[in-house]
Design a protein around this ligand. Structure first.
Ligand SMILES: Cc1ncc(COP(=O)(O)O)c(C=O)c1O
Length: 365
């Protein structure tokens, strides 16, 4: 990424861009074009809404946390008539409730779902939701910002209509890019949507990606980085990447259980990319501050009403079992200092045991 910038309309850059966009299809598990926009994940979410929703359209948002709420706000900003299926923060969306709501409102144009709800650490059951949505005319639009590239989400096989992600999570890049892939069914809705849009008009990105370029100046350095990241992803292999994230999840959750701290989600609902710990009866913010100042270790806090109540350990993308073991070691020290009744080494030991068992399973086929 530190290479000098090449002209973004040069032949060299065009070749790199075309190759990179093509290679991204593996990550989306799609045959569709993958569109690359300069902007953060929220820009991708807004692009999905702007291209599908006209004022007055019914949008069903599945909401179980901060990022579900963001979809509500974006849809409202675009004049949608927003309905919601809600889950308690920390719990999964019930696919049957989605089916029942769609049966009651057959005119819903699109369903907006979050795959990994980063604010709670829940992985919502997108495949089961997709089965219900496919029985209707509605589109299914999925925010996979904190899951794509770490958790299996086969867009074409599951019949997802728009999948959105960002560069800075499982894709291991700095922030600044958002990616979208769009099904044939969704392209028809994008084409017929009369609502105004300009920078986010996905038709322009599709036209230009097919001409090996972008409609507006691309974030050249991030594309260099993306090409490198795709080489890493191809070398490790998607299914190995998914298994690595499951291992990191199991190591983290086993450690938290061994430390007798509460987990915010059940094992079944937990995301392989982020683990939420809480509700805690010690000062979570003090713990986070101590870890940051003493060890330069960032664990995330709770969002909205969970601020000060839970903390979240991210283990996605450029993250290995060694990183998780180090994090857990430092966390135990921080917890001890924060006055939580932990037995030092107990969490790390549980994580080590998960690691060894997993390795044994792998080496014995
Ligand atoms: C699930 C999810 N959706 C959307 C976003 C928003 O992405 P950005 O902050 O890149 O705009 C995030 C960021 O954390 C996220 O985790």
């Amino acid at each position: 990424m530190n290479r000098p910038i090449t002209g973004h309309r040069s032949g060299d850059f065009s070749r790199l861009f075309a190759e990179t966009a093509e290679r991204l299809k593996l990550v989306f598990q799609t045959r569709q074009d993958v569109l690359i926009l300069a902007g953060s994940g929220t820009a991708g979410l807004e692009a999905a809404v702007a291209n599908v929703v006209s004022p007055g359209d019914k949008a069903l948002v599945l909401c179980g946390g901060n990022f579900g709420e963001r979809f509500v706000k974006i849809c409202q900003a675009y004049g949608a008539n927003v309905l919601q299926v809600e889950a308690k923060w920390g719990e999964e969306i019930d696919p049957e409730l989605v089916a029942a709501t769609l049966a009651e409102h057959p005119d819903v144009k699109a369903v907006f779902a979050t795959h990994c709800e980063t604010s709670t650490g829940v992985l919502h059951p997108i495949q089961q939701i997709a089965r219900r949505v496919q029985q209707t005319d509605a589109l299914l639009i999925v925010d996979a910002v904190s899951s794509l590239g770490a958790v299996d989400l086969p867009m074409d096989d599951w019949g997802l209509d728009i999948v959105v992600t960002g560069s800075q999570k499982a894709l291991m890049l700095p922030p600044g890019l958002t990616f979208l892939a769009v099904s044939d069914k969704a392209w028809a809705a994008v084409e017929s949507n009369q609502a105004p849009r300009f920078y986010f008009d996905l038709r322009a990105y599709r036209k230009q990606v097919r001409a090996n370029t972008t409609p507006y100046t691309p974030a050249v350095s991030l594309i260099y980085g993306l090409a490198e990241v795709l080489t890493m992803i191809e070398a490790e292999g998607l299914s190995n990447i998914f298994n690595r994230h499951l291992l990191l999840q199991k190591m983290t959750r086993s450690a938290i259980k061994a430390l007798e701290l509460p987990l915010f989600t059940t094992d079944e609902a937990a995301s392989p990319t982020v683990t939420s710990v809480g509700i805690c009866d010690f000062d979570v913010e003090k713990l986070r501050k101590a870890l940051r100042t003493e060890f330069n270790l960032a664990v995330a806090g709770g969002q909205q009403h969970l601020k000060g109540q839970i903390f979240r350990i991210g283990h996605m993308g450029y993250c290995s079992p060694a990183d998780v073991l180090q994090t857990l070691t430092l966390l135990e020290i921080g917890l001890f200092q924060a006055g939580a009744p932990v037995v030092l080494g107990r969490g790390v030991r549980a994580a080590q045991e998960v690691f060894l068992t997993q390795k044994e399973v792998v080496s014995h086929g």
